[in-house]
Design a protein around this ligand. Structure first.
Ligand SMILES: Nc1ncnc2c1ncn2[C@@H]1O[C@H](COP(=O)(O)OP(=O)(O)OP(=O)(O)O)[C@@H](O)[C@H]1O
Ligand SMILES: Cc1cn([C@H]2C[C@H](O)[C@@H](COP(=O)(O)O)O2)c(=O)[nH]c1=O
Length: 225
């Protein structure tokens, strides 16, 4: 490509309340301190249209139509997100840190929802084309701990459990396994981090693996461009 070198695309994955948003913010701060433009975003959402779809999906109004219908709507949100935020940001050289991406569809709608892998692959291809995260950080935590954290956060914010948080314990245990399976199948792309550690320690572990993979090998001037 000519002009700016494409930025890095890093996704954060895992079950409910494992610390994805917290760690995404911490990594963005670190990258900015290194002089890197870091765009932070989330799925479903990230653009005004995709955020509208997020509200519908998390309200549970699509759930009665089944997991394939939900997967289709997640893909619709992703089309707008990739086209209008992720791809242009990467193209101008910014790094994009995204709270959930295609692995969440594979885990929630695929492994737990029972949508056929071929159908998910078609939706994924339509939404993202050849775009793949350069690194996926899977934060692992027993679901009971993540759900307890999410419940405290919700109470403070005065919110109710959303469509997926309200699922039973077996669903969340299965999700944890699904994310670990994805990480095992794609060890080049995925790194599993222990979310039970204190936030500073999780942040340090993530910083170390990002630096080792993308920054340490580069001359400082390139890393700061
Ligand atoms: N390592 C940690 N130890 C203890 N509490 C944490 C840790 N990381 C985050 N938290 C707290 O747990 C709650 C959930 O964290 P956060 O919102 O980052 O998780 P999440 O994975 O993005 O959640 P969700 O999937 O529900 O959006 C927050 O109140 C946060 O302050
Ligand atoms: C991208 C994506 C998300 N989900 C689910 C996972 C969560 O329960 C919610 C998003 O809420 P969060 O507080 O931002 O974690 O949506 C999904 O089922 N499928 C997906 O593709």
């Amino acid at each position: 490509m000519t002009g700016a070198e494409r930025g890095r695309f890093i996704t954060f994955e895992g079950g409910e309340g494992v610390g994805k948003s917290t760690q995404l913010r911490r990594l963005a701060e670190h990258l900015r301190a290194c002089g890197i433009e870091a765009v932070t975003t989330r799925e479903p959402g990230g653009t005004p249209k995709a955020e509208r779809l997020r509200r519908i999906l998390l309200s549970g109004r699509i759930a009665p139509l089944g997991a394939l219908a939900e997967a289709t709507l997640f893909a619709a949100a992703r089309i707008d997100h990739v086209e209008n935020l992720i791809a242009p940001s990467l193209a101008r050289g910014a790094w994009v840190l995204c709270d959930r991406f295609t692995d969440s569809t594979r885990a929630y709608q695929g492994a737990r929802g029972g949508v056929e892998p071929q159908a998910l692959a078609l939706l994924e291809k339509a939404a993202v084309g050849d775009l793949e995260p350069d690194l996926t950080i899977v934060i692992d935590l027993p679901p009971k701990d993540g759900l307890a954290r999410a419940a405290v956060r919700r109470e403070v914010a005065g919110e109710r459990a959303d469509r997926f948080e309200a699922e039973d314990g077996g669903f969340h245990e299965g999700l944890r396994r699904a994310f670990l399976d994805i990480a095992e199948r794609e060890p080049e792309r995925c790194c599993v981090v222990n979310g039970a550690l204190p936030p500073d320690e999780v942040a340090r572990a993530i910083r170390q693996l990002v630096d080792a993979r993308f920054l340490d090998a580069q001359p400082a001037a390139t890393a700061a461009q």
